[in-house]
Design a protein around this ligand. Structure first.
Ligand code: DHB
Ligand code: FE
Length: 259
């Protein structure tokens, strides 16, 4: 027997599809084109991926579903899409160490404090963080992946603090060689995601938070191809050239840590 929830969802879908057809007066050819596009999207293209998730991302549906399902209480950091590049094999790092091996890009020093919504520090919170290198690629986008890089797992200290070195991530295009790429071109949309640093935080007794930080001065921050940017997740960075300063803040010097 069909369950009520499924019936409810399908009834809504059909109602909206019918309204869409009426409101656009779509032609037979256009509708056939849409069906062919969906067929192509579901087929494995070049590198064995099919693109339905990417299409959902490009339509902003993934972000909407994510936001609805991961609404956070007032005072909490907002969530955003996890994306396809998380891996479970990130290494553990001590605060102050670098999650990126040498030569991966410009150094970036990241620090912060994890607190509950009342401002109380959360010690021993597990932070998983991952990002592109200076070429705008995640380690698992290279054919030869030596091992986890530009990703790591850290723990907050007694006062909720964490600090690590990384590299400045770079904006990069989502795959544009398949049907979804054609869709972007047809609409005159670019396929870039603004540079971002993914962070996933977990502590006993708290809801897990999957989020990311975006750069205010990134050219794509207001036109993210997958609509993952939220105002509260936009940050500004400052430039630090004095190694004595980063050292004093507890960041290890260059080349002291091999991944
Ligand atoms: C998507 C998300 C990402 O974080 C990313 O780096 C690439 C793609 C996505 O939702 O499609
Ligand atoms: Fe990403």
């Amino acid at each position: 027997c069909p369950d009520e929830r499924t019936k409810f969802i399908m009834k809504n879908l059909v109602t909206h599809l019918h309204d869409f057809v009426r409101e656009t007066s779509i032609t037979t050819e256009e509708w056939m084109g849409a069906l062919l596009f969906l067929t192509a999207t579901g087929k494995k293209c070049t590198d064995l991926r099919q693109e339905f998730i990417l299409l959902s991302d490009a339509l902003g549906v993934s972000t909407l579903v994510d936001s609805l399902n991961n609404a956070k209480p007032p005072g909490a950091s907002e969530a955003t899409v996890m994306g396809p590049f998380f891996t479970a094999d990130a290494l553990d790092f001590q605060n102050g160490e670098s999650i990126a091996s040498e030569g991966k890009g410009n150094y970036m020093y990241v620090s912060g404090k994890v607190t509950d919504t009342k401002g109380n520090p959360i010690p021993n919170c597990v932070i998983e963080t991952w990002e592109t290198d200076g070429h705008g690629k995640y380690d698992n986008q290279y054919e030869e992946r030596g091992g986890p890089d530009c990703r790591g797992r850290l723990h907050t200290t007694e006062d909720g603090s964490y600090w690590f070195r990384a590299v400045v991530p770079v904006s990069y295009p989502i795959p544009d060689d398949g049907p979804v790429g054609t869709f972007f071109k047809t609409l005159g949309r670019h396929t870039y995601r603004p540079a971002h640093l993914h962070m996933m935080l977990e502590a006993p007794g708290f809801e897990k938070l999957i989020t990311a930080l975006y750069w205010a001065d990134d050219p794509y921050v207001t036109s993210d191809a997958v609509f993952g940017v939220k105002n509260s997740l936009i940050i500004r960075t400052t430039t630090e050239t004095d190694v004595a300063v980063t050292r004093a803040r507890g960041f290890k010097d260059a080349k002291t840590h091999e991944v």
